[in-house]
Write a protein of this length. Structure first.
Ligand code: NAP
Ligand code: GLV
Length: 308
């Protein structure tokens, strides 16, 4: 089988080597080298090349190198072309680490203490146990569930919110737009791990922030276009929110003049919460290619109607 890779060249080179060793029947071409374009069956990319279907008429599936596939213009792709996102343990573990870091940092008042350090002010505030901190995770998929389980194990009072019903031991699960208000009302720290869809675009806005307990904090590791920047700044300025950890923005990169860079209550990271790890993802990729060869559905298949 011939497959084409168009993304970070270092990871591509590693995958090429790894597949040559573990699956010599699969040949991975590294863009811009394509072999015979008519023989390419799979394209693995973050951004596919222009005129993809014309150039690679035998394409059977488009695979994202990342957990999301919202970067693809699904409406421009043939409706029957399977689109598959990345599910692999390294990516999941990275997000668990980021969410844990952010929630612990907020729980232990670190934005406030870092400001006090800048002001050379020695002032203690009361310490709340994790059990007295209500954490809510929006999105209970691969990344949300793993992150929530870690937070449960740390003793936080945890809840989750998804589109359809989910069950996670130790956490209260809410689902659907009707239950969003009840979920938000018990989220002192709100973590967003939602995919970008028509329903979630712009969801983190004034109307949502006002339903959180006063002084709540936000962790945004979903997608930039879910967050309304001016509404976040207003919520921080009014005290409705106390702090925010922001990993994804729209646009990316954020212009150097943007107020997020210098806001004392915002920790900003450049979309690094989690990344596909070349070694663990190689095995996950091969497993999915074998599923395809056996005629089984690949893991991470995007449901075009749901948008994720
Ligand atoms: P996933 O497995 O597809 O899970 C998505 C979750 O969101 C599901 O629980 C789904 O509900 C829920 N959801 C979707 N639309 C919803 C809606 N309208 N209302 C309520 N819940 C809704 O995705 P994942 O692998 O966990 O990844 C989640 C997202 O994380 C990615 O799409 C990407 O945007 C982001 N991400 C960010 C980074 C980073 O570095 N910052 C890295 C990787 C991923 P159901 O369970 O009912 O389907
Ligand atoms: C990163 O944001 C990804 O989708 O993997």
């Amino acid at each position: 089988m011939q497959i084409l890779y168009k993304s970070d060249p270092q990871r591509g080179a590693l995958w090429q080597q790894w597949l040559a060793q573990h699956a010599p029947d699969i040949q991975l071409h590294l863009w811009p080298e394509t072999g015979n374009p008519h023989e390419i069956e799979m394209l693995i990319a973050w951004q596919p090349p222009e005129n993809m279907m014309e150039t690679f008429p035998g394409l059977k599936a488009l695979l994202s190198v990342g957990a999301g596939a919202d970067q693809f213009d699904l409406s421009a792709l043939p409706p029957d072309l399977p689109v598959v996102r990345m599910i692999e343990p390294g990516l999941t573990q990275g997000m668990v680490e980021y969410v844990t870091f952010a929630v612990l940092g907020l729980h232990r008042d670190m934005p406030r203490y870092l400001q006090q350090q800048r002001d050379a002010r020695w002032q203690a505030h009361s310490v709340r146990p994790a059990a007295a901190r209500r954490v809510g995770v929006m999105g209970l998929g691969e990344l949300g569930q793993a992150s929530l389980r870690q937070l449960v194990s740390l003793g936080f009072d945890c809840a989750g919110w998804s589109r359809t019903p989910r069950e996670i031991e130790g956490a209260t699960c809410f689902h659907g737009a009707d239950r969003l208000g009840a979920f938000l009302a018990r989220s002192d720290i709100l973590v967003c791990l939602l995919p970008l869809t028509a329903e979630t675009r712009g969801l983190l806005n004034h109307d949502l922030f006002r339903q959180l307990p006063a002084g709540a904090a936000l962790v945004q590791a979903g997608r930039g276009a879910q967050l309304h920047h001016n509404d976040l700044l207003a919520a921080l300025d009014s005290g409705q929110l106390s702090a925010a950890v922001i990993d994804v923005t729209d646009p990316e990169p954020l212009p150097s003049t943007h107020p997020f860079w210098r806001h004392p209550a915002i920790w900003l990271t450049p979309h690094i919460a989690s990344q596909t790890q070349a070694d663990s993802a190689a095995a996950a990729l091969l497993e999915n290619l074998r599923r395809y060869q056996r005629g089984e559905p690949m893991k991470g298949l995007i449901d075009r109607a749901r948008g994720y």
